[in-house]
Design a protein around this ligand. Structure first.
Ligand SMILES: [Zn+2]
Length: 315
């Protein structure tokens, strides 16, 4: 959710309040006998035997689950059996990842209501008070950030009013985690104005689209599915990984959306769209570009490419 892949503060707090199932309940029906070896198969020849064991141990769960969940479980089962525990590149696994994300999306669409919104705000307040209360910042700092935000909001009005919170310490980072607050490091305010505005616009787009909430739900769906498969530890581990991949994929999509929406916001507020490109490049710094399925941010080159395409579409 943070604009750059700054992991020190940006990634961890987002999931801080996720509901993490602790000791997963053991289902009698789904539990494999103690004598059965459920470790992943070492060779392709062992795969069918392993798949049968998994199928037997998860049948009870599958019968009682919604279709999307069953699909995800089935995909995990095949992945574990036929590939290996840490590889989820088969079409079936991809289908499972999509199922988890779709399910999370349905939950978001169906369940989110005013009560959740109130809860989100309360949560963001608790977060601020519990972890990152900006105690020593002069009020002028927050006022400068808020003035930029007011300009963005003035030209792209919404019922959602965003509050800029400046964190202690000189860091060039920004993130949101639902609710109304947008957190920035002090160094954001030392950037050229249009680049600071680009960061704020990107993060505001995340809030407007309720990205943090959807990502949290996606994580929790994955964890809930893993709990369902508690009778089969390797399967539960596989589902946990699929859930993490689904969440990471979703977050990468969200970055593209936030870049695009943020650029539109910038333009409406009278800033050049190119400020988004410049600030993304600046945040990347001299870090080597890598790409991995568990990354929650897409590679810079892909983001710049997408921005170039959307800029062409606008002119
Ligand atoms: Zn972002």
């Amino acid at each position: 959710m943070n604009i750059a892949s700054t992991r020190a503060l940006g990634s961890t707090p987002i999931q801080a309040t996720s509901c993490v199932p602790t000791a997963a309940p053991q289902s009698e029906a789904g539990r494999a006998p103690d004598t059965v070896d459920l470790s992943p198969p070492a060779t392709a020849a062992e795969a069918p035997r392993f798949r049968n064991l998994l199928r037997a141990s998860t049948q009870a769960h599958l019968a009682s689950l919604p279709a999307a969940v069953a699909l995800a479980l089935a995909a995990c089962e095949r992945s574990v059996a036929e590939v290996e525990l840490r590889r989820f590149e088969t079409p079936e696994a991809q289908a499972g990842i999509r199922a988890i994300r779709d399910l999370a999306g349905q939950i978001t669409a169906g369940v989110l209501c005013e009560a959740n919104r109130t809860e989100e705000i309360a949560e963001s307040r608790r977060f601020r008070e519990g972890f990152l209360l900006p105690t020593d910042n002069p009020p002028e700092l927050a006022a400068r950030g808020q003035a930029l935000m007011d300009r963005l909001e003035g030209s792209s009005p919404s019922a959602l009013k965003t509050k800029v919170v400046v964190l202690d310490g000189p860091t060039l980072m920004a993130f949101v985690r639902g609710g109304e607050n947008l957190y920035i490091g002090q160094d954001v305010l030392d950037l050229p104005e249009e680049e600071a505005a680009a960061i704020l616009a990107h993060e505001r787009a995340h809030l407007l689209e309720r990205h943090p909430t959807l990502a949290s739900i996606c994580t929790e769906v994955g964890l809930a599915l893993a709990t369902q498969a508690a009778g089969s530890p390797p399967l539960a581990a596989a589902i946990k990984q699929l859930g993490a991949l689904a969440t990471a994929g979703l977050q990468r999509d969200q970055e593209f959306q936030a870049d695009a929406l943020g650029s539109e916001m910038l333009e409406r507020a009278g800033y050049p769209r190119s400020a988004m490109t410049r600030v993304l490049t600046r945040l990347q710094g001299d870090r080597t570009e890598t790409s991995h399925p568990t990354d929650d941010h897409p590679p810079l080159s892909k983001r710049l490419e997408a921005l170039a395409t959307s800029a062409t579409a606008h002119h």
